[in-house]
Design a protein. Structure first.
Length: 135
């Protein structure tokens, strides 16, 4: 099997998670990662406002940072947590940055690396990042 640690992830997904919740899974040996986090940001409720959706992402990032910090992890990587089509990439990115900034204001020393695989999304996120003074 190419990724033997994926079995651990599959088992952890069998339990329902609440919206915005994050769980950390210590993968089995052979994983290139110390910890894999699963964030519940996909909702199926049409009643959530744009602000509510951003709040879910913001909460998930803060929770992920707390979990990582508890494991002594000083750097995490994440995709743009847009919840599929639920938030625009720029809105999701800004919600992630808001959560990150709130977390580090408490004196925590951890880095957040946001990764994108799509060229168009990269252009959008890069433009937003430059607009707020990020590289």
């Amino acid at each position: 099997e190419k990724y033997p640690w994926s079995k651990t992830l599959h088992k952890s997904q069998q339990n329902a998670m609440t919206l915005g919740e994050v769980i950390g899974v210590a993968p089995s040996s052979g994983s290139p990662f110390r910890l894999v986090m699963i964030a519940s940001t996909l909702h199926h409720e049409d009643t959530l406002s744009e602000s509510d959706k951003k709040g879910v992402v913001r909460t998930a990032i803060i929770e992920a940072m707390h979990i990582a910090s508890g494991y002594g992890i000083r750097s995490i990587a994440a995709p743009v947590m847009s919840g599929g089509w639920r938030l625009s990439p720029s809105s999701a990115f800004m919600a992630m940055i808001d959560g990150y900034e709130e977390f580090i204001q408490k004196g925590k020393d951890i880095s957040l690396h946001i990764h994108v695989l799509d060229t168009r999304q990269y252009e959008i996120i890069s433009s937003v990042a430059r607009g707020i003074g990020l590289k």
